[in-house]
Ligand binder design. Structure first.
Ligand SMILES: [Zn+2]
Length: 108
């Protein structure tokens, strides 16, 4: 559980840093592009390709983050509840029909 939260938070920070770097790079590129445009009109096609590549990278990062969060949610759902674990370890008692008092699942 905690590992997943740390992973998601870490990923968020990682993405944030990536976004900041990308924004800095883009503004730097824009400034350089302006200077280049003032001098000559070459190199614009290369910059357009870079911008579209960055946009694709953004979309991919957002998708990856969404997938990670979804995976985390699925993990939580599939994870057995604490009471079930305690019953299986013998530290807690189930109801007489072997169902968990917490989640109602059948524990043996
Ligand atoms: Zn349970």
């Amino acid at each position: 559980m905690q590992g997943w939260i740390l992973l998601i938070v870490g990923l968020g920070i990682f993405l944030l840093v990536g976004v900041i770097i990308t924004v800095c790079t883009l503004s730097c590129m824009a400034r350089r592009k302006k200077k280049l445009q003032e001098k000559s009109k070459s190199g614009i096609a290369g910059n357009t390709a870079l911008v579209s590549a960055l946009q694709q990278s953004f979309a991919y990062q957002a998708q990856a983050l969404a997938a990670q969060i979804e995976a985390g949610n699925n993990m939580q759902q599939d994870e057995e509840c604490l009471t079930c674990n305690l019953i299986q370890m013998g530290s807690s008692m189930a109801y007489s029909d072997n169902t968990c008092p917490q989640c109602g699942r059948r524990c043996v």
